[in-house]
Design a protein around this ligand. Sequence first.
Ligand code: HEC
Ligand code: HEC
Length: 415
Amino acid sequence: MRHLTRPQLRNCNTAHFKKRIRLLRAAAIVTTTLVTGCDGLSDDSTDNNNNANNTEIVDIGTIRTISVNGTVLSSLPQNPLNPPEASVALGRMLFWDPILSGNQDVACASCHLPEFGYTDGRRRSAGVGGVGSGPARSPGQIGQITRNSQSVVNTVWNGINEFGVFNPNTAPMFWDGRTTSLEAQAIEPILSREEMRGDNFTEAEILTEIINRINRVSEYQAMFETAYGSSQANIGNVAQALADFQRTLVANNTPFDRYLRGDTNAMSNAQINGMQEFVEHDCAECHSGPMFSDFELHVLGVAEANGLNTPDTGNGNFAFRTPSLRQLAFTAPYFHGGQEVDLNDAIDFYDNNNNSDNPNVANNQLDPDFRNIPNLNNNEINAIEAFLSALNDGAFDRTRPDRVPSGLNVGGAID
Ligand code: HEC
Ligand code: HEC
């Protein structure tokens, strides 16, 4: 991916940083020890090619960490990657344009709306034939899909570890991590019968169909020319533009991030206390790193989503990917099938961690890190909820374009 800046690692001595974190763990320091990560975003635009095995490790530095009882929590980087403007502008149009769906009625934005933190506010998403937006959207004949919509905010950082290192090519996507990278992810909803494709085109036909459509719109021709030096769309540059646009949707200035950057008043006492409870109840065993996710799969035995004829098996083993705990104020309902509408109830779920809620998952299949969570009383649940409220940043880009180049309804049939 030519556009990603590739900072020079020598500006950020990761080995040294790791050692400091190990020392901190050993010291078991109680809260509020601020540790500066590696500073300085070094933009080396000449060194911009993937290396031989097609991996690209990005370390943009500037994350900060805090050791709570020896467990390290990390802020998000302050400097987002800056994908090329023309590609972002094009991606924004494609994201909102139902031209990408078989019946030209569903856009990416139909299920990823700014007012719901770029989810759809529903337990389970409704794609093809759906009308309206949010919980009130009525599903079409094909019905709802099996899963809860994930936010695309901060997905630029999917896969980031506690040292601020991540790899856009291997960034895990979806509740079961079955796809990696934003580029590869972008094709999947277009191919999906329930989400965007519908019944008028086969999987083998749909990509050619949408590319031909886009290439007939002169405004798109001009935008592709500016962004990629050729007026012709292809599935590669469509995916690239969608990925680049999503990389600009960031929310990295939460009270927690500001607190770690030195604003000691940014978090309330209740939130600081909740941070302690969060660590003491082992939440950070999985909800770790700047995204509060290890991006690994875990079996929690969450109950089946309502109304599913066949169980959602996750990766085949009822394991689901740890979601980020950022932006939860905007992204209810929670869990892979929207099982919990209320955040307090979602936290309370962890008090019953010895019994599987899913008849297909035996108790002894539950993740050990889940089973080891100490009991939670109401005060502790409320404290953790207070901490999670320090992980919201409402200042993300909520732009809804006035029009899209195809002239179709902006966002699909959402009004
Ligand atoms: C019908 C609703 C719907 C539409 C349309 C839709 N999505 Fe999604 N999106 C979802 C759901 C549901 C998930 C989780 C799916 C899963 O885990 O299998 C998801 C997941 C994602 C993710 C993964 C986020 C993460 O952290 O793993 C990204 C990125 C994304 N969508 C972007 C897009 C783009 C780009 C488009 C348009 C090309 C699109 N979506 C169209 C509902 C939708
Ligand atoms: C063993 C790993 C693990 C531990 C420990 C853990 N979680 Fe989770 N968490 C997950 C996974 C995996 C999911 C998604 C499960 C699903 O949807 O089936 C999840 C989902 C959530 C959600 C829903 C988020 C959303 O966007 O839907 C919340 C809230 C949450 N966890 C909070 C906590 C809290 C609070 C604790 C500590 C009491 C905790 N977690 C401990 C792995 C873990």
